[in-house]
Write a protein that binds this ligand. Structure first.
Ligand SMILES: [Ca+2]
Length: 389
């Protein structure tokens, strides 16, 4: 009986999600309330949650201007990684040593991984955002760009409120509705929130141990493989078959080693571990070997440059040196990148939208076109490539 009811509710929820976004805000909220009540939330709780709720234009503006992800890896990493952030990472590693030890024992996730996310998301808790979380989620759920992503988060926020984990009138966070020192969305908090400091509460805003332990629990549930590496900087031979590089081509570490790939410092991962060669700026730029745990990063954030930089910073906080920047060909400008994406789309590639951002899909298309044209297929688009398309 319970199972049948759950299945019926899932169908109902799926149907509502598929058809509902935009339109009159009052009607929209009424629909969300009905959906929340159907999941077991008291009507009075849903009413109280939405009291005073409103659409925020500033949230829509932020959602439509994510130009930071147009930066290349060297720009992005130099903007985000400073000596100050490294020093603060070292200090926080010591200050929360017992929390990190507990996380390392329980989840097999090194502290550098969490320190890097903590630094990038909120500067170790200092900058958590000033957007009303309830209004941000309402705005993005009502907006028709990604309602399937944000409507469930809005409903999870009501559940979080019911549990005392947020206040719709006063809880502030990121423009996209993330809350706390590691900027997690309500659904992750409801499902994965953990009490890291033992006070019986899950407080991701004020308690670093709670935020870090929850972050580790999220990574673990996304598939983090305990005590395995995620990335190493490498040196690649000049005669490597570039078409074999890229995240979709995984081979055992031993295969790459046989092709002449070496660790820049220390050693590569275990010989039988699946690994890919990541050249964020092509064959003449920085070079990394990535392992299955690197793929987990994309479940945390979908931006290629964010993921690459967060993973690299985690190695840095774990003792790796400054990467060898090499001498890559200059990055295309945002306008050139959009033109490239238009030309690739015209040739039948799905680049995931014309956004001027060199993401995974654009990289794959670039690599395929380089191979077709007989160019080194390293997935780094140059002006020369743009002119040939
Ligand atoms: Ca706590």
């Amino acid at each position: 009986m319970r199972l049948a009811l759950a299945a019926a509710l899932t169908l109902l929820t799926g149907a509502a999600t598929a058809q509902t976004c935009g339109g009159d805000v009052g009607s929209f909220i009424a629909g969300v309330k009905a959906e929340a009540v159907a999941t077991g939330i008291p009507a009075a709780t849903a009413d109280a949650f939405f009291a005073g709720a409103q659409i925020e234009q500033s949230v829509l503006n932020a959602d439509r201007s994510q130009g930071v992800f147009q930066q290349d890896f060297i720009q992005f990493s130099r903007n985000l990684i400073s000596q100050n952030r490294i020093d603060n990472g070292t200090r926080n590693s010591q200050r929360f040593d017992s929390t990190f030890r507990a996380i390392e024992n329980r989840f097999g996730i090194p502290r550098g991984v969490l320190l890097a996310f903590w630094a990038f998301e909120t500067d170790y808790g200092a900058v958590q955002g000033n957007f009303n979380t309830r209004n941000a989620l309402l705005t993005l759920a009502h907006d028709c760009r990604r309602p399937d992503l944000f409507r469930p988060q809005l409903i999870a926020a009501i559940e979080l409120y019911r549990r005392g984990g947020m206040d719709p009138a006063t809880t502030l966070g990121a423009w996209a509705g993330e809350i706390g020192q590691l900027q997690k969305l309500p659904r992750e908090i409801v499902e994965k929130g953990m009490d890291g400091d033992g006070d019986g509460l899950v407080d991701l805003k004020n308690s670093a141990p709670d935020a870090l332990t929850t972050g580790a629990n999220v990574l673990s549930s996304l598939g983090w493989r305990p005590n395995e590496p995620w990335m190493h900087e490498i040196t690649v031979p000049a005669n490597l078959d570039w078409s074999q590089t890229g995240l979709t081509n995984k081979r055992p570490v031993s295969d790459w080693a046989a092709m002449g790939v070496t660790a820049r410092q220390g050693s590569l991962g275990p010989a039988n571990l699946p690994a890919a060669i990541l050249l964020p700026m092509g064959r003449n730029g920085p070079a990394f070997m990535t392992y299955p745990n690197f793929d987990v990063y994309f479940e945390w954030n979908r931006s290629f440059v964010y993921v690459t930089t967060a993973a690299y910073f985690a190695t840095r906080l774990s003792g790796a040196p400054v990467y060898n920047a090499g001498n890559p060909s200059p990055a295309l400008t945002g306008d050139q990148m959009r033109l490239l994406q238009e030309r690739l789309t015209a040739r039948g590639y799905d680049v995931g939208g014309i956004d001027g951002i060199l993401g995974a899909m654009t990289r794959n298309a670039v690599q395929a076109e380089q191979a077709r044209l007989g160019l080194p297929a390293d997935a780094w688009p140059t002006l020369d490539l743009l002119n040939r398309l």
